[in-house]
Design a binder for this molecule. Sequence first.
Ligand SMILES: [Fe+2]
Length: 222
Amino acid sequence: MPNGKSGIKLPANIIESMSQPLPQDSIEDQILQSDQLSMEDASFCLRSACIAYEPEIGPHLKNVSNYAAALARKIDLDPHQIDLLWHGAALHDIGKLGIPQELIRKESSLSPDEMQLMQSHTVIGHNILNTGTSEFLKVAAEIALSHHESWDGTGYPNQIKGNAIPLTARIVAIVDVYDALRSKRRYKPAWGKKEALQEMTDLRGQKFDPELLDLFLTDIPA
Ligand SMILES: [Fe+2]
């Protein structure tokens, strides 16, 4: 039938294109438009993937989200940005999905080559998350890429320093290390609060943004 049900006469090239199967991109676009994934759904699905790969990491991801949001409130970050941070912070180590499990589960110290491979979780995580256009994925991707950068420029993967490191990543850098110190891991026992605080203070201005660290330390989580 050359015309649509409405009776409108369609140009021949349109009629021809309508008879062809839709390109895959068009089908995906239609699905996205009809049932867009919410930030909450996306973040919880991705978080579940991280936990499926490394089951014991669940409480750490939850703590990092909560501590990051608490620190962000102290600097009066916009509530929407805090929401993005809360969801994005939990995905800081999603790049470990690209690291062999035997390396993640290794209890002894890593060789230089193994260390280099492990450190690539930052770039892998960024590549996983930097695939969309949503604000949430952009924030999550910057956290994944830069949460191991150091205030003095000695971190990885890009050795950026100071305020060149995204604020979200500077926040996550602090709370990630604090919670990791306080948690039992395969290769270490949980540190006491006093020891952990001393370690954090020793790294002030070296690894951590000094002003953010001071704020974090003013009302440290139990
Ligand atoms: Fe990490």
